[in-house]
Ligand binder design. Structure first.
Ligand SMILES: C[C@@]1(CC(=O)O)c2cc3[nH]c(cc4nc(cc5[nH]c(cc(n2)[C@H]1CCC(=O)O)[C@@](C)(CC(=O)O)[C@@H]5CCC(=O)O)C(CC(=O)O)=C4CCC(=O)O)c(CCC(=O)O)c3CC(=O)O
Ligand SMILES: NC(=O)C1=CN([C@@H]2O[C@H](COP(=O)(O)OP(=O)(O)OC[C@H]3O[C@@H](n4cnc5c(N)ncnc54)[C@H](O)[C@@H]3O)[C@@H](O)[C@H]2O)C=CC1
Length: 150
């Protein structure tokens, strides 16, 4: 797994599913100014707020393959593991990067725990499938960085 930083501003990112996990990732994507499209029959209140304020576009229905058109990156985060895997397989065929929610080790990418310390410093940590460990280590590194390591 190669850590990279993606410049997402203005790029079309598709999130399939709008539950708890999708919601957290949508916020992360919006922080990077990605153009976020969401497809889900049911959306939680936070996603609905983001739709009302025009920050994301929601198609309130089940996934269709044409939803992938134009996407650089896809988050397959529905409640159906079979559908998430099927979306990832189509993405592989189409050479679109896809994160499978709920099956990290079958996924071609995953999210690293990260915090922006200041305008010029971001700390990111991968703990290879252990998000709680990654989060703890990031917090420790942020504390060190704030003490003045340049
Ligand atoms: C492997 C990885 C793949 C991926 O990217 O999906 C993955 C996998 C899984 N996470 C699970 C649960 C939770 N994950 C979080 C939170 C975060 N998870 C994130 C990353 C990753 N999570 C990738 C690891 C990257 C690496 O190690 O390099 C962060 C960094 C980024 C983000 O999610 O935005 C963010 C840190 C928060 C921060 O930075 O503040 C919380 C909430 C919390 O702890 O606050 C919960 C519990 C509550 C809930 O259910 O929501 C489960 C279900 C099983 C289980 O409970 O263990 C799986 C298993 C699976 O999916 O296979
Ligand atoms: N990586 C991570 O951090 C974690 C991943 N997961 C996994 O992420 C996935 C989602 O989990 P939650 O957000 O908790 O689920 P949830 O039940 O809160 O939300 C599921 C969403 O999927 C949508 N959905 C259902 N069928 C769909 C279809 N055909 N097309 C489009 N959308 C559809 C629903 O409308 C809903 O918005 C699960 O596979 C779960 O195992 C769960 C916990 C943490």
């Amino acid at each position: 797994m190669l850590p990279v930083s993606l410049r997402l501003a203005g790029k079309n990112v598709l999130v399939v599913g709008a539950g708890r996990v999708a919601e957290r990732r949508i916020e992360t994507l919006l922080n990077e100014d990605a153009a976020v499209r969401v497809v889900a029959p049911e959306a939680g209140s936070r996603v609905q707020e983001l739709v009302s304020s025009g920050q994301v576009e929601l198609s309130r229905r089940g996934f269709e393959e044409a939803d992938l058109d134009g996407a650089w990156l896809v988050f397959a985060h529905t409640s159906s593991p079979e559908l998430n895997s099927a979306i990832a397989e189509i993405c592989r065929q189409r050479r679109i990067w896809c994160l499978i929610g709920g099956d990290a080790h079958a996924s071609d990418l995953w999210m690293m725990a990260h915090r922006q310390v200041d305008a010029d410093l971001t700390v990111a940590v991968s703990a290879h499938g252990n998000p709680r460990r990654a989060k703890r280590v990031v917090e420790q590194l942020v504390t060190e960085a704030r003490k003045g390591v340049q």
